[in-house]
Structure formats: C-alpha cells, structure tokens
Design a protein around this ligand. Structure first.
Ligand code: G4P
Length: 533
C-alpha cells in the first residue's frame, strides 16, 4: 500500500469526558466492536484487569481515577483506528492537553442525566482552541435522564456550535426502546447486554406502524422531534464538522454496547485522517517519505527497579520500521531505544511498521523529553506542545539528607515526564515544584517514595506563579538576572523562569524591565513562542 493510502486509512482520536460519564466503558465497547477484544467483562472486571496490566501507578488504584492516559489501536473496516484515552481529573489537565495535541479528532462522552459537566467544559475549550472536530456520544440512555432536546440545546451552547443528531432515541430509562438512525432511516431496537455485537433487530422506518404499535407514545414523540429537528437543525455538513463548526451527535448506552457501532462507523466515515503539521520551519505533509514525530507523553515504565521510560510518539510523517536509525532533534543524538512498541488493544507488541497518525512507544533510559521532535535526519521542530506556567508551588525538603542524589534524579525524571514542573532556584536552596493541580504534588510525593525510595516533605512556598524569560539582548538579560537573582530558576529543560510572589510583583518587574519578555506558556525544550503577556 502506498504512503498516501496508509495515511488516509488512519483515524487518531481522543476520548474525552467528565469522570463517570462512561469513557472507559465506551472504550471497551469500541474495542469489542472492532474485534480487538473478544470478551466483554463488566466494567469492574475490566478495571481490575487494567490494574494488573497497565496500571503500574499505585496512586491510581488508591484514588480510582485515571492518572495515566493510554493508547489503543484497532482495525475496523480496513481502517487503523488509534484511540487515546485522557485523564478525567482536572488536576491532570496539562496531560490531557498534550494528548489532545496528538489527535486529529475527539469523541466526547456526555452522561444523559448530567449534561455537559465541569471537566467536559474545560476539554471543550482546548478542542475549540485547536479547532479539533468533535463527535458527541450521549451515553446512559437506559437510565432516566434529561430530555434529549434540552440536552442538545445545552451541548450546543457549551460547544458554541450547532449539534446535528445522527441518531435519535425512542424513549429513555426503563422505556428506552432504541435509536432511530436518521441517515439509514431505520430503528435499531434496544436490547440490554454487554457483549452483543451484531444480533440487533433493525426495523426500517417504512414500517413505522409496527414501531408505533410497539413503542406507542415514545415512538410518536421521537417522530415529532425528528420532524422538528429536520426543520430546525442544520443538515450534517462534512466540511463544517471538519472545521469544528458543527458536531454530529449519537445516542446510546455504552454499558449495553448499544449505539456504539454508529460511533465507530462515524469515526471511519466522517473523522479526518492525519493532517499536515506545522514545524518552526515548514509544514510537513503526512505522506512525506521521511519519518518524523513528536514525544507528547513520557511515562515511567512498569518495573520501578528499571529506570526506563516509554516516550509516546505521535507519527506525523513517513514510515517507522523496526531498527530504523532516528535522531532526537533537541540534542542531535541518536535515539537508542531498548524496544519500540505499538499499543494493540491494551497489549504492547513490538511494532512492525507505523505511519502518520500512529502512536508508537520508545522505551529509553533517558535522553528524550516531552515535546522532542524525532526524525530520520532532517532538522525539524514541531510546534504546539505547550507547558503552562504553574500556579501552585511547593518547596521540596528531604526527610533523609543522604538521599539527595536520588531526589535529584527522581525530580529530573518526573520533570522530564511532565508529571510536575521542577524549578532549580539560581541561588541554590530547596528545589521547587510547580503544578497546575494540587493532586500533582501528591502523585510526585508518592512516586518519589515508590520509585526512588525518597521520602520528601512538601513545604509552602512564597511563589504564586512563573513566567519564562526572553530578552531583547544579552546585556538586558544580564541586568535583569543580576537584579532578580533571588526569584530566578531553571526548569527541567533549563529554560529561565521568573518566579513571582504576587501578580503585583510581576507587574512591577515588567514595568522596571520593559525589554524583558515574560511568557505564560512555553513550548518544547527552551523555546518560548508566545509573545509576552
Ligand atoms: P469514566 O471512564 O468516564 O469515568 O466512566 P466508566 O466507564 O467507568 O463508567 C462509570 C459508571 O457508569 C460505571 O458504573 C459504568 O458501569 C456506568 N455506565 C457506563 N455506561 C453506562 C450506560 O450506558 N448505562 C448505565 N446505566 N451505566 C453506564 P459504576 O457503578 O461506577 O461501576 P461498575 O460497578 O458498573 O463497574
């Protein structure tokens, strides 16, 4: 198959939702439906097995939240579908943001009883900033929920784009009868059960009388609503969807594996294949022959006694083949992974080949950071993987001073993973941790103990924010650093940052040093792209 046809059959999407809306359940059913897995267990069983296979972070077990995001690949209708899970908890929104930089579309799961919840709103904002096309799945139709029309209104208002229903529910809760497929003009009758795959009864709408007899008022109401929507809602427009200007909406019940096939078909039929991507120097087309990709996530490997880590790389162009020589552009060094894996239905396997859109994992002992561009040789740096200036700071104090080396190593690695931001004050003294969410501190404290045998106390810090620094000239920079030494620090990528004690402090310093630029965002290693605020 040619590069172009390999690329065109890729679909890479993230699944996003507020915790408990049914993201993990839907993921499992998508895998089941595509044939990637054959036995559907209950969610509980799956969660338990997930602990055994991929959940090496104790903290995740303790809290029952998904700290780590994972990647799954499946084949469906001759298409390679790459699904990226995102952590639902708000304290890990940075990780989620980075996952969203690595996908071409998003699948949003909404709980029919709760509508658009807080965390979903945040995720929507990120998708909107990046113009990521969104497919919407309204889940839990087998439960008493909100009226579908009012749900659509809410989704429309929150998304800021029209909703186009592709399926429509007949009844809800105990009376849930099934869904009408508006394009195929038929009704799929609801049957409870987790592992049904193809034995659904489907009745064409031309037999509406039978359906009216069977579902009575619920069917008549659905008919009225469909008529109303056909007049009031815009028709589905592929270009508008791809431009993130409308979202197709599907109804169903993930736990019953119902309405899931429609979503999988939509991913194949409607969702985009990999698009060209911007670098600092040029736009890279997905079917160029030379391999290139970006590290969008780094994660400690399962075995804490080996300090190896997996760098998750989203392929942007070319083809990866086993044994290929690759370079990390930031350092100019060759990447020497101990293994290269693909993520097939929750298992890891040695990767044969990969194309634009695929996610591959390089196991390394270091030398790779979040945001690194990896190529066969060409000097490229992709843009668009941001670090946000932290708003919460704590100073790290060792319980046992003899462990200082382990602490340095641990913090450096956790910093490179992006689990937390680590700042080394220029004047020495305790290392500082910067986070966007409070829970990140707890995870780091826990992991330092579990993986590096280091006990730390976290102490309050006087800092409330950071800005990365660039200057118009070396002279200006020297004047600034001489005058502010006590508030300067280097982060994990050795980028200079100014730590502020209040917003007022920042304003004052900005006024005193007009030729210094203070950036609230930085991209990959050392490069600050955003103009100063
Ligand atoms: P998340 O990843 O978005 O956090 O949600 P998850 O899939 O874990 O689902 C959260 C809960 O919602 C689970 O129940 C799950 O069984 C339930 N659920 C998912 N889809 C549906 C659906 O279509 N209908 C109904 N009625 N429930 C659904 P739980 O009680 O937390 O777990 P469990 O005891 O079922 O394992």
């Amino acid at each position: 198959m040619s590069f172009a046809s390999e690329t065109r059959r890729r679909r890479t999407f993230a699944i996003i939702s507020h915790p408990d809306a049914g993201k993990t359940t839907l993921t499992e059913k998508l895998l089941l439906f595509s044939g990637a897995i054959h036995i559907a267990g209950s969610v509980k069983a799956r969660k338990a097995s997930r602990h055994a296979t991929s959940d090496w972070m104790e903290i995740e077990k303790q809290r029952g939240i998904s700290v780590a995001s994972s990647v799954m690949q499946m084949l469906y209708r001759e298409h390679v579908v790459n699904l990226l899970d995102t952590p639902g908890h708000k304290d890990f929104s940075e990780d989620t943001y980075r996952v969203l930089t690595a996908v071409d579309s998003a699948l949003m799961v909404i709980d029919a009883a709760n509508g658009v919840e807080a965390q979903t709103k945040r995720l929507i904002e990120v998708c909107r900033q990046r113009d990521t096309p969104i497919i919407t799945f309204v889940n839990k139709m087998d439960r008493e929920g909100r009226d579908p029309i009012s749900l659509l209104d809410e989704i429309e208002a929150e998304l800021g784009m029209p909703c186009v229903p592709m399926t429509w529910p007949v009844g809800q809760g105990k009376a849930f009868g099934g869904i009408v497929n508006l394009r195929q003009r038929n009704m799929r009758l609801f049957k409870a059960g987790a592992d049904r795959v193809t034995d659904d009864e489907v009745v064409p709408l031309s037999e509406a009388d039978t359906l009216r007899q069977r579902f009575g008022h619920d069917f008549e109401l659905a008919e009225q609503n469909i008529e109303l929507l056909t007049e009031a809602a815009p028709a589905f427009d592929l270009q508008a969807f791809l431009a993130a200007k409308q979202t197709p909406v599907f109804f169903g019940s993930a736990v019953n594996n119902f309405g899931v096939q429609e979503v999988l078909d939509a991913l194949v039929d409607l969702a985009p294949s990999p698009a060209p991507r911007q670098t600092t120097t040029r736009v890279v087309e997905p079917d160029e022959e030379q391999f290139s990709g970006v590290v969008f996530k780094v994660q400690a490997n399962m075995d804490p006694s080996h300090r190896d880590r997996i760098a998750f790389v989203r392929v942007y162009s070319g083809r990866y083949a086993q044994g290929m020589k690759l370079k990390v552009q930031r350092t100019g060094k060759e990447l020497r992974p101990t293994s290269v894996v693909t993520f097939l239905s929750q298992r890891r396997e040695a990767v044969d080949e990969a194309y634009a859109g695929d996610i591959i994992g390089f196991t390394t002992h270091g030398g790779v950071q979040l945001g690194d561009t990896i190529t066969e040789g060409e000097s490229l740096q992709y843009t668009g993987l941001p670090f946000f200036a932290p708003e919460l700071f704590q100073a790290v104090e060792l319980a046992n001073p003899m462990k200082s080396k382990q602490l340095q190593a641990g913090l450096m690695q956790l910093g490179e993973e992006g689990a937390i931001q680590v700042f080394r004050p220029q004047e020495g003294g305790a290392m500082l941790l910067g986070a966007v969410g409070q829970l990140q501190f707890e995870v780091v404290q826990h992991r330092l103990k579990a993986e590096y045998s280091v006990d730390v106390r976290l102490m309050a810090s006087r800092f409330v924010g950071a800005r990365w620094i660039t200057a118009d000239s070396a002279d200006e920079l020297k004047k600034f650093t001489d005058a502010n030494a006590s508030k300067l620090a280097l982060d994990a990528a050795d980028t200079l940052a100014y730590l502020m004690t209040s917003p007022y402090d920042l304003r004052l310093t900005q006024e005193r040093f007009p030729k210094i630029h203070f950036h609230p965002l930085r991209e990959h290693a050392g490069l600050v792209l955003q103009k100063a605020a």
